[in-house]
Ligand binder design. Structure first.
Ligand code: ATP
Ligand code: MG
Length: 342
């Protein structure tokens, strides 16, 4: 137990229901969420299905967003997120988050939002340069609202287990929090990113981070056959043509994934030395990586089979009610600070 602070730390994080969860989510954020959830020092933990945010670039596909909302929760339950310990909720079902977003919009400039490196890269990737929806440019502001709405004075900094691409969002969050507190009095708490040692897992193409929108990720719910196919498609070293050729480890996705997921790092070091010297073929390594990932994903596949849609929906509805209550409490302080408490 933390003797300095008898109150539980608040943990808030989320994912966009734009596709199934993948290994990048697992290693970048989900594993830290599980560790926080199961640590002896308990936390006040929330996981949000960010459907409102998903609509900022998927507004033409509401059916997809709705479908993946349920799929996300099934993935959470399959990896071991326990609804008794963690509140799972849907962003759109806590409309006060939109209200807080509206107040925060005044505290950040358009040019500050345009400088966000993650959003800039996403605009490029999605080809939105000519037709950028205002909602998409502003999604970091809604993220700031999602995080701070769960803060509590006694609990201090809010912990946010995320991948590296989300650090600019936490920076903007803290700028907004400081500005709000300066203008309206101390009311909001700052956020701190909790990063994993693999804060950015690359896709199997070796070009970009693994992402749902890029079709380059291994999904937690991929079948054994699809897993095998994806491992065998991985980008390695194009210069390593014959088994006896010396091969490159840097930028080679097999080693990138082995670094992130293999429990026996001694073995990985031996493979690297052998590969660099020559005499070790890609097929041997791919078979090894496949077995490592199959061992990790096997129990998740099994658990997922047992989760019914109806159970996942119940968890979400119950969690959304709890989350809303919590946010309503916070909003009464926010409105009072802003002289909106009529
Ligand atoms: P989209 O392509 O729709 O943006 P995504 O794959 O980036 O989807 P998000 O829902 O945006 O997934 O991200 C959810 C969380 O997972 C965030 O904390 C993000 O930092 C983390 N994350 C996503 N991809 C990776 C990755 N490749 N490596 C590490 N963390 C990741
Ligand atoms: Mg993303």
């Amino acid at each position: 137990m933390n003797l300095q602070n008898p109150y539980k730390s608040v943990v808030l994080t989320g994912d966009r229901p734009t596709g199934p969860l993948h290994l990048g989510h697992y290693i970048g954020s989900l594993k830290n969420r599980l560790d926080l959830q199961n640590s002896p020092q308990s936390h006040d933990m929330y996981i949000m299905v960010a459907d409102t945010q998903a609509l900022t670039d998927h507004f033409e596909h509401p059916t997809l967003v709705r479908q993946y909302t349920l799929e996300l929760v099934k993935d959470y339950l399959a990896i071991g997120i326990d609804p008794e310990k963690t509140t799972l909720f849907i962003q759109s079902q806590v409309p006060e988050l939109c209200e807080l977003t509206a107040y925060f919009m005044n505290l950040v400039t358009v040019s500050r939002l345009e400088r966000n490196p993650t959003v800039k890269a996403e605009i490029q990737q999605k080809g939105m340069q000519e037709s950028l929806p205002a909602g998409f440019l502003c999604y970091p502001v809604s993220q700031a609202a999602d995080i701070t709405a769960f803060g509590r004075l006694e609990s201090g900094t809010i912990l946010v287990p995320v991948g590296e691409d989300q650090l600019p969002m936490i920076e903007i969050t803290n700028e907004i929090v400081r500005r709000f507190n300066r203008l309206y009095g101390p009311c909001l708490q700052e956020a701190k990113g909790v990063l994993s040692p693999t804060a950015r897992l690359m896709g199997i193409d070796g070009q970009h981070k693994a992402g749902k929108s890029l079709n380059n990720a291994i999904y937690l719910k991929d079948s054994k056959e699809v897993l095998r196919e994806k491992v065998f498609q991985m980008y390695t070293d194009p210069g390593h043509i014959h088994v006896q050729d010396p091969g490159k480890v840097d930028g080679n996705m097999i080693f990138h994934y082995l670094d992130a997921f293999a429990p026996d790092q001694e073995q990985v070091r031996a493979f690297k030395a052998h590969y660099e010297k020559g005499g070790l073929g890609d097929v041997v390594l791919k078979k090894y990586l496949f077995s490592v990932l199959e061992t990790l994903l096997g129990p998740i596949w099994e658990k997922r089979q047992t989760v019914r849609d109806q159970d996942a929906m119940e968890v979400l509805m119950h969690g959304s009610k709890q989350a809303r209550q919590r946010v309503q409490e916070k909003m009464s302080h926010v409105r009072a600070a802003m002289q909106l408490d009529y």
